[in-house]
Design a binder for this molecule. Structure first.
Ligand code: UDP
Length: 149
């Protein structure tokens, strides 16, 4: 079982794309274990994007992710890292394939709508950074037998 942290970034929230984006993730069969509207602090942004510190786009990235409310979503399941990343599409929406979230809704790398964890280790770490254990809900879905063999 893997976990992935998904963030609908401030542009997705401002543009009224919470519904369309969540619909795609939900329809794929992903199991949500946590969802909340949140305002990312500068401190949390620095922790979450620490790996990019020193890069030319870092200041703009921190300013972007802290610029307004975000929707934070945790999902859990087999292979969710790859499943979510493929649904999200390439980092640069210009290069993202049609049919992906970034490829269908975005045109600019600095406004690419959504974050998704890029490895099982980062998924665990990022979910724990954004959610307390009490905020994560695990339940059986009767439909699971029709989604996973
Ligand atoms: N980013 C940017 N300019 C760049 C590269 C990245 O603004 O040249 C931003 C973009 O919002 C991206 C985030 O930094 O989503 C993190 O970059 P990463 O390479 O980790 O891409 P991701 O995992 O989000 O696809």
């Amino acid at each position: 079982m893997e976990k992935s942290l998904i963030i609908l970034k401030p542009d997705a929230v401002q543009r009224g794309l919470i519904g369309p984006i969540l619909t795609r993730l939900e329809a794929r069969g992903l199991k949500f274990i946590g969802i909340k509207l949140s305002q990312v602090s500068s401190e949390l942004a620095h922790k979450h994007y620490g790996v990019h510190e020193g890069k030319p786009f870092f200041a703009g990235l921190v300013s972007y992710i802290t610029s307004g409310p975000v929707l934070v979503v945790a999902v859990e399941g087999k292979d969710v890292i790859e499943i979510v990343r493929s649904t999200v599409g390439a980092t640069n929406p210009v290069k993202a394939a049609p049919g992906t979230i970034r490829g269908d809704f975005g045109v600019n790398i600095g406004r690419n709508l959504i974050h998704a964890s890029d490895s099982p280790e980062n998924g665990e770490h990022e979910v724990a950074l954004f959610f307390s254990s009490e905020e994560l809900i695990r339940s059986e879905r009767s439909v699971d037998q029709w989604i996973t063999e």
